[in-house]
Design a protein around this ligand. Sequence first.
Ligand code: LMR
Length: 394
Amino acid sequence: MLDLLTPAQQDPILSLSIAYRQDTRTDKMDLGIGVYKDSQGNTPIMQAVKVAQQQLADEQTTKSYVGLAGNEAFNQAMTDLLLKGTDGYQRCATVQTPGASGALRMLADLMFLAKPVTTVWISDPSYVNHKPVMEAAGLTVKFYPYFNAATKQVDADAMLDALSKAGSDDVVLLHGCCHNPTGADIRPEHWQVINELAQKNGFTPFVDIAYQGFGAGLEEDAQGLRLLADSVEEMLIATSCSKNFGLYRERTGAAIVIGKNAQEAMNAKGRVLQLARATYTMPPDHGAAIVETILTSDTLTQQWRSELDAMRGRILSLREALCASLVERCGDNRFDFIKQHQGMFSMLGLSPEQIGKLRDEFGIYAVGDSRINVAGLTESRIDYLADALVKVSS
Ligand code: LMR
């Protein structure tokens, strides 16, 4: 049987991490996988997480099973963080999942179960795992134009024109904030148009919000999602604690379903649990227990929020410093779009050959589509990166 298999295609992000680890150059730079690094180049454990972990180590009395939906106090806290105050908050249900990719898959399976003819519209470009997850669930994938390569911003006219053709058999997957891979976010007035189109044409919005707090702020980053949750009849949400709690390896996320009414949402939750049972049964507990501990304590919540603010502030200053260094080297502001992008990533618009040169000649690892992880940069290497970018692009 196994001899029938051909070798698997490499994931463009995860394979880059392996290549980076194997590179023996001491001045190499990892701007590939979306992981935050401090000024020493380490991915720290947040202080609030350390305190919560210690508390759990001291107070937890059992490692017995939790349940198919995971930690319900965590589910409630994540729902509050995203949806409190919206109309959808009254008619939603939440399931803890192994990371946001687990949420994407469970919601994709749910869509296929409910309506196998569903087409999922994904931004072009999008998170590398969106298409594989949707297709693995049996769904059809279509792309909508998103990024204007010339302005390095969202091509709003083209996006909205394409989305105006989506109808009741369609689900439109949107990035809540900090678009991966481009860094170009949908403006509030365009969220408004998407909201109107969803209501008029009947497509279901599906918001992937894996970077809440890394863009303009914890509340600001949820504005587009909340606008939709206030008005549309049904909606799907995948969220993650990988980045904003720094819990990457703990695989902590949630799937949220908003229905026409609370009963419909609970019905959908029951189906997600049935799908989870047949996939991984239960999500891992530790990360969710940490998040629950933080979000149910005012002191820890305050500490976590200020640490998150500091991470966001640092990414902004890295963006500013990189642009300043690039202006010095090229004499113009052609790279200033990096300052306008939000979150961890920026798409530079370099060719695969130029990205190859960055890696081979300078030891700088960026994803082949020219996405760099600005949050992987350290202050002391900014000029090195700026030099390399100018050299490969001239
Ligand atoms: C990324 O896009 O780099 C991260 O979200 C990690 C992943 O799952 O690919």
